[in-house]
Structures are given as C-alpha cells and as structure tokens.
Design a protein around this ligand. Sequence first.
Ligand code: PA5
Length: 453
Amino acid sequence: MTVRLDYTLALDTGSACGVTQAHLAAEESAFQLGLRQVRAAADAGNLGFWKLSQDEGAAEAARRLAASVPDDVHDILILGIGGSSLGGRAVYEALGGPPELRVGRRLHFPDNSDPWRLARLLDTLDPNHTAAVAISKSGGTVETAASLLVVRGWLREAGAPMNRHLMVVTDPERGSLRALVEAEGLRALPIPANVGGRFSVLTAVGLLPAALAGLDVHGLLRGADAMRQRCEQEQLTDNPAGLLAALHVLHHRLYGRHVHVLMPYADGLRAFAAWFVQLWAESLGKRHAKDGRPLETGPTPLAAVGATDQHAQVQLFMEGPRDKLVTFVSVDAPEHELTIPGEEGPNAYLGGHTLGELLTAERRGTAMALATDRRPSLTLHLPKLDAPSLGGLFFLWEAATAIAGELYGIDAFDQPGVELGKRLAFGLLGREGYERERREVESFAAARQPLVC
Ligand code: PA5
C-alpha cells in the first residue's frame, strides 16, 4: 500500500503527446547524475530534508510539546508564512478533516498580513483558552514578526502568561525568535539549520501543528521514509521522484509545457496543492543557472481541485494553449463514503453509485478527454488519505523538486528573487539601514506619471 505514479498518459503511447520512451531513456544519465548530486549534498549534511524521515526524535519532541499544552487551550494560532505555514496547514486539512467541522482543538493559519482574518479571529477567540506558535526559520520574516507582535499584545492585555500561551519553532541557534525564546524561557522546537523553509514540513514546522491537532506524526515520517527509499533508486523508471521530475522537465523543454497543474480529486488536498505551488515555484523559477549563465527559466505551477475545477479551469486545460502538464491525485479508498439513493427520473443512473465512484469517473473521464486531444497527464494514486500516504506525497514532491532543479541546471534551494521587494518595503516602513531603499522608492514613484482609470 503505497503512493503510485501512473505515467501512461504522459508518454506518446498513452496520449500521443510527443514525449516518448526514447526521450525518457535519453534523460537517464542526467537523472542519475542529478540524483547522485542531491544525495551527496544530503550525505554531506547540506540538504537536511532528505533525511528528516529518519528523525523519529523530532516527531517525539513535537508530540511531547503538544502534550504539555493544557487541555483548556481550544484554539491555536499558527503564525508563519510560506514554508513556515503551508506544510502545517496541508497536514491539518488533509488529516484533520474540514476545519469548519473540526471537533476538539482547532488550528488557525493566519499567514497573511491582511487583518481580514486575524482581526476577526482575535475578536472571536478567548486569549485565556488560546495558544500561539510562532514559526520562522530565519526569525526575521516581517509578516510573522508583525502578527506575533499583535498576538503578544493581545495575550498580554488579557494577562495570559507567554510561557503558557506562546511556543516557537525556529533555528536552533540564530535569529531574533531564538533570542526571544532564551530571554523569556519559551517552549521551543528547532528547525535544523540545513533544512530550508519550503522543505521543512517534516520538521517541527509541520509536525508540531500535526501533534497539536492530535494527528499521527509518526505515520507521516514512516510514509516519508518508505518513499525516500524508493526515491533513492538509481534506475529512472524505478524512481517515482525521478520520473515526476524528468517528465515535467521534458514536457517543458521539448514542447513548451511550462504550466504544471496539480489537481487532486480530493477536497482534503486543497492545501496540499497550495504547498506544492510554493515548493515548485520558489525552487524552480530562477534567473541564473548554477554556473551563473543567464536562464530566466522555471515552470508555472497551478493548483486545481477535481471535480470543482471541471466547472472552471478544465475548459482551459482542454481547449486553451497546449502549455500544460496536469498531475491528477486520486485517493483510491476514501475514508468516508456516501451512497447515492436511487430515484426515478433523469438521474436514476446515479442510484447505487457512491460519491467516491462519481469522483473517480470524473477524474478518469477528464484524463482520457485530455489524452484523446494529445494533452498529457500523470496520476498519483494514494491508497488512502492517511498520515503515511501524505508523508510519502510530501517527500515525493520534495525529492522531485530537488532532482528537477538538477535537470534545469539551477539551484533549487535559494530564493534571491524575493529579496528586492522585501528591502523596498522595509524602506517604505522606515526600517533603520534601509534609507537608500526608501529614496529609491520615492524617486521611482516621482519619475512616473500615475495612470489611473
Ligand atoms: O521556502 C522558503 O524559504 C520561504 O518560503 C520561507 O519559508 C518563508 O519566506 C518564511 O521564512 P521564515 O521561515 O524564515 O520565516
């Protein structure tokens, strides 16, 4: 029982899409070299994400910290953004059920600086029955710092002691959050220094929210570890991460299919699709090759959900530009089922089928409709939506991202493109040391006649 990748419809045999077995075979040596480089970096201790699934101690530490949270804490605010929020949310939604229906402790992920959510949340929650977890690898991310200040003020006003109501997940040694932990004696868990934000879901970043929600943290790691072993296979056709990476890169390079769609037919994987979008975009969209050559390359990831998006984006996938490779995700044995009662009339054919069967039929119909028009797709099959499958899915995409980075010839682990915008915003906010940026923004604005309709 494991996650399986069906790539029949991503090759010429399945959908006449142009990418052939021969193309795949020709990619074998680049894949093997890429995999070797990724594994060598992991063995040298530079790519920590590859070995996280073996760190049962991290799962146990998350479980212990969660167990120390008093029972009368009913709501938890997870304060983080990007890789410090999306993974935890993906776990919570996939395994914890629909958030609005959750019984027991509820987690909230107000990741944005827009007060639309946080202001209302704080109005409705009782600070004496609420805790917060501030998550930031660097400890200096402005959005997280700002929401933490707001939440600390809110807790302080209610007389809620920080060492009871605030936990931290951050770098083990560096950064201002670490300093806060030391200064105030807060409960904290580390993010290993060699694990980057968007690859950190299997650290305390994802494990602590999972444990706080009472979810199976050990199962996540177990599934990830089984997948790690498969993703270390040296034959491309035995390696699901290698195949995912190579097929995406080949479709992009040879046929311009640069829009990479992840379309789970599972409501519980909506947040997972958002996690994938960040992982794929921030890792693979790069100006320069590793050797410094200008490239300006990268796929555009897109999230969709079946069957909902059959009434929205599938029209574009079927008849729009031939620039997409769609990866469907199927949960083969859903935990909950509903049988459709029979009734006379035009819908009589539905009677006796389950909603799960309807979803499967729609996924298969969409994949085949695309294939008959020579539009390729992949399908990932999850046996169930449980912790081991989800852990496996996380590792699979992380490994595929690392290998795709090698095939694109870029560094998948940095994000220099987000720096300039941040610095200019600091200038606008009057942060010390950013006076030059402030002047730059002002002269940029002054040099342009606003055109507003
Ligand atoms: O993948 C990344 O590195 C980023 O998306 C980070 O996760 C994000 O910027 C948040 O960073 P931090 O955890 O340092 O607050």
